[in-house]
Structures are given as C-alpha cells and as structure tokens.
Design a binder for this molecule. Sequence first.
Ligand SMILES: Nc1ncnc2c1ncn2[C@@H]1O[C@H](COP(=O)(O)OP(=O)(O)O)[C@@H](O)[C@H]1O
Ligand SMILES: [Mg+2]
Length: 581
Amino acid sequence: MKASQFFISTLKEAPADAEVKSHQLMMRAGFIKRLGAGIYSYMPMGLRVIRKVEAIIREEMNRAGAVELLMPVVQPAELWQETGRFQKYGPELLRLKDRHDRDFVIQPTSEEVITDIARQELRSYRALPKNFYHIQTKFRDERRPRFGVMRGREFTMKDAYSFDRDVAAASKSYDQMYAAYTRIFERMGLTFRAVAADNGSIGGVRSHEFQVIADTGEDAIIYCPTSDYAANIEMAEAIAPATPRAAPGAALTKTPTPGKATCEDVAELLGVPLTRTVKSLVLATDESDKAGDVTKSTVWLLLVRGDHALNEIKAGKVAGLEGGFRFATAAEIESHFGCKPGYLGPIQLRKPVKIVADRTVAQMSDFICGANDADFHYTGVNWVRDLPEPDVVADIRNVVVGDPSPDGRGVLAIQRGIEVGHVFLLGSYYSEKMNATYLDEAGKPQLMQMGCYGIGVTRILGAAIEQNCDDRGIVWPAAIAPFTLVICPIGYDRSADVRAAADKLHDELLADGVDVILDDRGERPGAMFADWELIGVPHRVVISDRGLKEGTVEVQGRRDPQANKIALADLSSALKAKLAA
Ligand SMILES: Nc1ncnc2c1ncn2[C@@H]1O[C@H](COP(=O)(O)OP(=O)(O)O)[C@@H](O)[C@H]1O
Ligand SMILES: [Mg+2]
C-alpha cells in the first residue's frame, strides 16, 4: 500500500469533548469521525483495525465450532413482544415505525431473531448442539454515550448464541466460548481478566465478563491476588464478619447533631470512626392491578455501615425487591419517618417499614444512626435492646479493598476494567417465552437450553489503545495494528536512489505477505515520523540517501528507544526476525 493511494488524516489537537486518551488518539490519528452523539464513521485507518479484530474473532469462533450467519439490523417488533422485551427493554431500545405504522426495532442484540430461527430450523436432537454467530451493527440509545467508540450508540458487536439439548450440554458450549474468548483476547495482545458477572434479570445461571484492565475503565473489578477469585463489583460477595455481635456496652442516647446530615459529618462531630455509624437508604416498591394502577406501596429502609456503599444489584436480589424498586418520595419519607432525609434511622418509625440490614450492620453493636428527628442522631444503638432484629439480613453493599475473599483464600483487591466481552448461560429464558423446542429420541418436545456471547468489536479499539499508548501516540499490539510496518523514505520525491530502494523493499515485503505501507507523500521527516508514531504502526524502516551511501537503512520498533542500523544485505532476514518476535 502506498500512502498517497490510501487516506491519512491526522490532527495536532484532539477535540474538546474527547475525555480519555483512546478517544483523543483515535480522533487525532484519523481512525474515526463523529457524526452525532455516540455515532461515528470508521475512517479507512480505523476500519483496517476493525477488520483485523473481526478476523481474529472469526477464526477463533469458527475453530470453536460456531457458524456464521447474518441477521437484520431492523427487526419487526412482534418477536420482541413475544419475549416482553419490546416493553421491558427501556429507552435504550430504538423503536421505529414503517410506512404501514408497524413497529420495528433497531437491534441492540439478537436473542429474539436467533431463537425464532432456531425453533424453525433446529427441530430434532440430531440438529443440536448448534452455535450461530454474526458480526453486525448494533444500536443502543445510551443515556450517556462517551469515550468515543467505547460507549457508542451505534457500534459493532459479535454476538453468538448456542442451542443445546440440556443444561449439561449448554454448560459445555459455555465453556467452549469461555476458552475461545480467552484465545481471542490473548491473540489481540490485551491484558485482561475474566470475572464473574451479574446475570441481570435472568437469575441463577453463569455469566462472565472479559475485562481489559485500564484505569479509565467504567467497571470496578474485584480480585484476590492470592487465589483465582475475580468478580465484577456488582457481583463480588461481601461475606458476614467472622466476629459475632458484641454485647451492648453503651446506653442509647439521643445526641444533638445540628446540620450534620451525613455519616462523615456525624463521625467527625462526635469524634468517632466512620465505621461506628450506620447509613439509612429509603426505597419503595409498588404493587399494581391489571390496569397497571398502583394498589399498594411498601417503604423499605436499607442499612449499610457509614463507610460502605449500597450495591443496587445486590439489593435487587432481596426477596420483595426483586420485582424492581424506586427511591422513596419525600412524602413517603415524611409520613413513615416523621423526619427529613439526613436524620433517618430504624428507631421510632411512624408507619411500618421493612428493614433490611447489611450483614455487617447486623453484627454491629453500640452504633450510631439517625434519630428520625431533625438535627439528632442516636448513639449507643443495639439490636434487640433498642430495636427488633432486622426483617432481612443480606449482603447489600459493595465489597471494599481488604475484605476477605469469598473463597477464604486471601483478601480482596480492586482494579478498573473495560468490558470487551460477555458470556452468558441463558438456560431456557428465551426458549420458554418463544416456545423453542426440539424433539428428543422419544419424539417428545423439549426446551432448548441457550447461551449468548458478545464481544464489543469497536470497543476493543478503545480498550487496546487505553492499554497501549504513550505521549507520542498509539502503540498497537502487532496483531491488530492497521499496518505492521511503515517505510519512511527521506526525500522520496527528490532522490531516485531512495525511491528505488523504498519501492523495492515495499514490493518485496508485500510479496512476503507483510502488511506494509510506504509513505510516498514527500512529507518532511519530522512530520512523517510524528504521523506514524501517532497512528501507532509497530515497525518503521527509514531509507535515506546518507544511509544508502553506506549501505544501510534504519529499523525501529515503536517501543524501541532508538533505531538500529541494518546493512541492506541483511535487511530481509533482520525484518523477518523482528516481525516474527
Ligand atoms: N454502547 C456500547 N458501545 C460499544 N460497545 C458496547 C456497548 N454496549 C455493549 N458493548 C459491547 O458489547 C458487549 C456485549 O454487550 P452486553 O453485555 O449485552 O452489554 P452490557 O454489558 O452493556 O449490558 C459488551 O461486552 C461490550 O463489549
Ligand atoms: Mg455485559
């Protein structure tokens, strides 16, 4: 490839809205161009990386026995109504109407369409197992599209769906995908970790996220450095304290705390550690009739230790909260607690409130909480003596660094990650709703057991750059670089010798199957080098008149501190060795 025939467009400055390095560098290096919020054109240089990412995914998916097909971007709403997701999916689902006023969606994912295909095509146990995948455009109307392709609204995903005859077989398909994902991200040269993840509303089955480790990652991932425990913070279990609840030691005292509405402020005022305080969070649940009108609301008080944070995913698994909850209104808080937020607590309630204590809180004694009286807190609070045992004791908080690992083999640490892949054992969640059955050996219909497996193709570009860049630009892992090697001739437009040597090397490398680009634009050396360092091509060969006179060229890897002079006669073997390394 000659640069003059390709398209190169670099910028000195990143646009102001690019917050993270990967977004800034992708814009500056001309990989993407913004069309609207979360919507980008993939420019020629960026598309080359996408194609390499896709090629690795295809190879490994095919090797793992999956079969590629391609499902439509625009999908009729009927299938989405069958599973209830047309209503349930929320505002991320882009719904639209055609000229006949029929409802459609732009796919955020394809469980419905593939299950519809499977129930028509996979009729017998003989047709199973089957794993279908495609690499296709997705649209999710994200509330906060940001970081360029990392959280776009339109993006490319590889999504695969496995169909099996029973849970054991589905589990095997899941394991195969897990192994394939590991190979895929290893081949891409990424540093990543597979972590146990939440199953969303599907419950009870397995799920793992593949997280690329990066400080700018949106996800907090928890791991144990002395065992192989790893989980998304949404999921990581905070086990109950090993020490039992101590006997009461202090008297219950109503203490003035004027203007101190947070645990931090109260602890500071009273001169006690934050770990002695308890935070109150008020939620509500609604029951409604067939017409959807609310018939009854319940107010819930969730208690976590002052230095801990509520985990809403875990709270959503508490019996009674699984159907969904909301924050209580000011009126509900006033009528149940007789007090404004900031001084709420579990003692002296006006109306019945369901009390859920975090495991840690349930084991505390002599603690401090709001007194349901503005500007007052109770100190010396003790379960049983001062208030009944909580209605529910559950793990409802985020783990923190230093918590014991749930596997009992160390303490937990935390890292940030970018979710590039997600494998999910679905069970019969979709096959039941869509009646996807096969006939077993006895001719009896049985539900298919499913799994689904996503990879964020375009997000991988952002994640790879977050992990591989320096102050000069991107440093692509060789396997997904837009080009493997760039030839930078100095004076291509002026020197016949340089031009001849550069063209010759270009043609030889091409013939050897090297993904090479020759910069024949006639740029000044400084500008030319800066462009290729920004773009992040792993290897550079500089050809100059001065070098040719002494029979050498300069070869430099993107991470090498300096160039190596190589004799022309040795160039071919030297490059082969370098590219193979
Ligand atoms: N808005 C987005 N922009 C880019 N990639 C995305 C986006 N949402 C999801 N992905 C990618 O698609 C993969 C599968 O998506 P999924 O797990 O269904 O999404 P989520 O974790 O947001 O529920 C994710 O692991 C991620 O790599
Ligand atoms: Mg996910």
